[in-house]
Structure formats: structure tokens, C-alpha cells
Design a protein around this ligand. Structure first.
Ligand SMILES: Nc1ncnc2c1ncn2[C@@H]1O[C@H](COP(=O)(O)OP(=O)(O)OP(=O)(O)O)[C@@H](O)[C@H]1O
Ligand SMILES: [Mg+2]
Length: 504
């Protein structure tokens, strides 16, 4: 007869290493985990009626080089369950359909690089707050194979985690304040306010900049589809008073390889498991802002990974198509029931659902690759044609007998030069000819002007003078082009006028 064996399995402290120091490549991913918790908590507070939606707020405060705080006025945790909830590992009471978290490990992320991690929390209507503090120095020692004794994880946690209560509180208040202190081990990006903002603007479940008109339309579309965006009001700063709201960095114009691109339209696509918007830029250039370029996937409005997932989808068509993802901006909002984010939240569990989604996206987004390819091809072709003509004229000119003012070749070449000259002038009026390309066109134009002068028989002195004047004009125009984005239109007009008056 089989005998039952009631011995408990042994779970060693080294397991904790996998969930903390070994988990996230980018230290700021820890911030995403705390903001994710805060956002679940304010949503729970709103749906349970203790918080008005408009009053919900999450603050990320970098108090000083050594202390970072994430505060929310969400549901909090009641005194009876605070210790149990905050010391449990891999056990979450959240519902994956409703909440962004579900694994019960995210809040441990900070253990990797602060000396003390504390959770001060209170539920509405209760008369005390609880603070649970993780001594991270002790925890790291215990989970390090070099220095730790490999004791049971439960023992290590009992030694390194403590709890206190405080009764001097307002009964109606409800909150969670996570403090990461002793940040000497933390990488620089975790201690720089601008880098913190940049990271959160890219990943957190926040809204679009209220000044961005397309953002309003995207939000309205989500509502119309009955898939409203999960948006938390997030403020970041040094103190609660100076903290400023952070928004996603989508806007109308983006820096691109050759200057800038501007959106001409936003398109929406949808399927049973996802909906998306894509911003269509006027020109085909790789957008260089790494915080927004490329289509990205979000679940519960939290970014999962970066543009690399869609780079790979575009690339299914061929290596040369990978780059086209970054010619666009956009978000693919996937239903939380359709895909399961992996533990690091940089991708999804490798199952059929993830594979099917990528195949579906590949089919539906193929047209974006074709569009980018065509736009960049057209531009390339028109430039190549002009360049060939310029080369042809230079060759013909080199072979021409300049001593013969009546030569037919000379008249013929002059009319060809005039045609190419006017093609160049026309190309220069086009918006898309910017940056280096523009410079190149201008230098071709100067050459055509010089050849024209020689063919028309002007003296070489006159020639040099007019070439100098052309070059001066071009340099001025180039400088004006460079400063234009930094000036308000009236100031720009003033600067232009002054330069033209003084220099010409
Ligand atoms: N800001 C908060 N307000 C209220 N409760 C919180 C807060 N942060 C964490 N908690 C509680 O602590 C639990 C554990 O948080 P943790 O981030 O480790 O796991 P999770 O959010 O449940 O899942 P995941 O690992 O996917 O993030 C949560 O399930 C929640 O009950
Ligand atoms: Mg969480």
C-alpha cells in the first residue's frame, strides 16, 4: 500500500535572485512595476467607490540622489492583510482581465538595487497604517551564492522583512507609498529625473499630451470601440509640489534621418483581439526618436517590450523591410485576455496565441511596408534622375570647345543646362528635399549656374562674382533653415530680414 509523505519541499533563498537581480535588464523596469501596481490600485479604488476618477493620482518623486518614492491614492491594503499580501511571493489576488499585474512578483524588483524597500499603506476607513520594510542588503547577501548560506527562503524573508504600524492617521485616507532608499548601487538612469520621465513616458499607462489633437481622436476611437484606454494621472518630480504631469511623447512631427517628418493622417485597424492606430508620416525616413519610433504593443495601456516585436513582423517580408517599422509611430492595444505577458514584461509567453497575433499583424500591416518602400523608392528615383542629368552636362561641358562661340553643341548644351537648372530649382521648392539632400541639390544648382555663365560667354571675373553671390545666398538660406525650428515665426521673420539687410 502506498504511504503518504507529508514532508514539505525545500525552497532555497537563491530563488529570490531569479525574481529580482536576475529579472530585469533595464533598472527602470522596476519603476514600471510600481506604476503598474499604483495604476491597478487607483482603478480598484475608483471602481469600489472610495475615489473619484478625476482625483486618482500617482506620483513618482526622486527626493534626492538616494531616495525614490512612488505614491498613489489607490485602494491601499488593510492592516489585517498588509503583511500577508506584501510578503507573499508568486501569489496574486489580482484578476488578469481587470488588472495589469497577476504574478505576485513585480514589487520585488527594487530589491536588486536599493538598500531598503518599504511599503507604507492604508485602506479607507481604517484607523492605522502599516509599513512593511524589506532589508535589501540582507536579502541580497542571503540570495548571493558567493556569500549566502542558502537558507530556506522563508527564513531569509522572516529575518529581512519587518513591519510596523502607526495609528496617527486620517481614517478616510487610502494610499500606498513605496520608498526605495539607499540607491548607491542603482544605475544612473534610475537617479536622473529626465531619464525617469523619458522611461515612464514610453512605458506607463498614461494619456497622450492634451495639446496633441490626434491624441484626442485616438482616445475617442478607443471609447467608440468600447475599449477605453486605461489611463492613470502620473506626476513626476522632486517633490509633490513641483511634480509635473507626464504624457506619452506622441506628437505631429518627429526627428528623422534627414531632418523631420510630419504626420499627415492617423489610421485605425482592428480585430477581435486588438485595435491599433498608426501615424502616417509625409515622407519615408527612419524616425530617430527611440522613445516613440515604430509600432509597439501595449496591454492595459502598459508597453510590453519596445519596437522590436513589430520590427520582426515587418521583417518577415525580408530583411530590408525591418527598418520600415520605424518609419511609423503607433500603438497596438491587445486585449489582456488574448495574450499573456512574460514575467519580464518585455514580450509574451511563447504560445500559439502570440504566434497567431504576429501572423495576423504581418498580413494586415503588409501595406505599411509597401507604402514606405514606394515612398522611399520614388524619392530615390527622382534624385537619381536629376543627378544623372547633372553628370551628363558636366561631361559634355568638359568636352566642349569653348573657343568657338557659335558652336551648335554649345547652344544645345546651354538649353539642356537651363532645363536641368529649372528642374533643380523646382526640386528645391519641395518640402521633402531637406538636410543633406537639399545641400547636394544646391551645390548642383551652383554648378549649373557656373556652366550656364561660361556657356553664355561671361568673363571669368564676372563668373567668379556671380558664383560667390550664389554661394553666399545658399549659405544664408542653409543657416536660416537650421535656426528656423528654434524660433517663433515673428522672431524668425525678424532674423531673416536683418540678415538679408546686413549681409546682402
Ligand atoms: N500600490 C499598491 N496599492 C495596493 N496594493 C498593492 C500595491 N502594490 C502592490 N499591492 C499588493 O501587493 C500585491 C503584490 O504586488 P506585485 O506587484 O508583487 O504583484 P502583482 O501586481 O499582483 O503581479 P505582478 O507580479 O504581475 O506585478 C498586489 O497583488 C497587491 O495586492
Ligand atoms: Mg504588480
Amino acid at each position: 500500500m502506498a504511504k503518504s509523505d507529508s514532508r514539505s519541499p525545500y525552497i532555497g533563498s537563491f530563488v529570490l535572485e531569479t525574481l529580482t537581480t536576475g529579472m530585469y535588464g533595464e533598472s527602470r523596469n522596476a519603476l514600471r512595476e510600481y506604476v503598474q501596481n499604483a495604476s491597478d490600485a487607483v482603478a480598484a479604488a475608483v471602481s469600489s467607490g472610495v475615489l473619484r476618477e478625476r482625483a486618482a493620482k500617482v506620483e513618482v518623486l526622486l527626493k534626492d540622489e538616494d531616495t525614490l518614492i512612488i505614491h498613489d491614492n489607490g485602494i491601499g491594503i488593510g492592516a489585517a492583510s498588509a503583511w500577508g499580501t506584501l510578503t507573499a511571493i508568486g501569489a496574486s489576488k489580482k484578476d488578469r482581465k481587470r488588472d495589469a499585474g497577476f504574478r505576485g512578483i513585480g514589487r520585488l524588483a527594487g530589491i536588486a538595487f536599493c538598500d531598503s524597500l518599504s511599503f507604507r499603506t492604508k485602506a479607507a476607513g481604517e484607523s492605522s497604517e502599516t509599513t512593511v520594510t524589506f532589508n535589501c542588503v540582507k536579502l541580497r547577501e542571503g540570495m548571493n551564492p558567493e556569500s549566502g548560506g542558502g537558507k530556506p527562503l522563508v527564513d531569509l524573508l522572516s529575518e529581512a522583512v519587518s513591519s510596523t504600524t502607526n495609528d496617527d492617521v486620517e481614517a478616510e485616507e487610502h494610499y500606498m507609498e513605496v520608498s526605495l532608499s539607499g540607491l548607491s548601487r542603482a544605475p544612473e538612469e534610475f537617479k536622473e529625473l529626465d531619464l525617469i520621465k523619458e522611461y515612464l513616458a514610453e512605458t506607463a499607462p498614461i494619456g497622450y499630451d492634451p495639446k496633441w489633437e490626434w491624441g484626442k481622436k485616438i482616445k475617442a476611437k478607443a471609447d467608440e470601440l468600447k475599449k477605453p484606454l486605461d489611463i492613470v494621472r502620473l506626476h513626476v518630480g522632486r517633490t509633490s509640489q513641483d511634480a509635473k504631469p507626464v504624457y506619452k511623447r506622441y506628437r505631429d512631427s518627429y526627428p528623422a534621418k534627414d531632418d523631420a517628418v510630419t504626420l499627415t493622417d492617423v489610421e485605425f485597424l482592428q480585430s477581435e483581439k486588438w485595435w491599433m492606430w498608426v501615424g502616417l508620416p509625409d515622407r519615408a525616413f527612419s524616425i530617430t526618436d527611440p522613445t516613440v519610433h515604430g509600432l509597439r504593443i501595449r496591454v492595459k495601456n502598459i508597453q510590453v517590450g519596445g519596437p522590436e516585436h513589430l520590427d520582426a513582423v515587418f521583417g518577415r517580408r525580408g530583411q530590408s523591410y525591418i527598418r520600415f517599422n520605424r518609419y511609423y509611430v503607433g500603438e497596438i492595444h491587445v486585449s489582456p485576455t488574448a495574450l499573456i505577458p512574460n514575467a519580464r514584461r518585455d514580450g509574451f509567453e511563447d504560445d500559439d496565441a502570440w504566434e497567431d497575433l504576429r501572423t495576423e499583424l504581418y498580413t494586415k500591416l503588409k501595406y505599411l511596408g509597401t507604402r514606405a518602400h514606394k515612398l522611399s523608392d520614388d524619392r530615390q528615383k527622382s534624385l537619381e534622375t536629376i543627378e544623372k542629368k547633372v553628370e551628363g552636362i558636366q561631361e559634355d561641358f568638359d568636352q566642349l570647345d569653348l573657343e568657338d562661340p557659335e558652336s551648335e553643341d554649345r547652344t544645345h548644351l546651354l538649353s539642356k543646362t537651363l532645363r536641368v537648372r529649372s528642374a533643380l530649382t523646382k526640386a528645391l521648392t519641395k518640402e521633402e528635399m531637406r538636410g543633406e539632400v537639399r545641400l547636394q541639390l544646391r551645390s548642383h544648382l551652383a554648378e549649373m549656374n557656373a556652366i550656364k555663365g561660361k556657356l553664355e560667354g561671361k568673363s571669368s571675373q564676372q563668373d567668379a562674382r556671380s558664383l560667390r553671390a550664389t554661394i553666399r545666398k545658399e549659405v544664408i538660406e542653409q543657416i536660416l533653415d537650421l535656426v528656423k525650428p528654434y524660433l517663433e515665426p515673428p522672431d524668425f521673420a525678424q532674423v531673416k530680414k536683418q540678415i538679408n539687410e546686413k549681409v546682402r
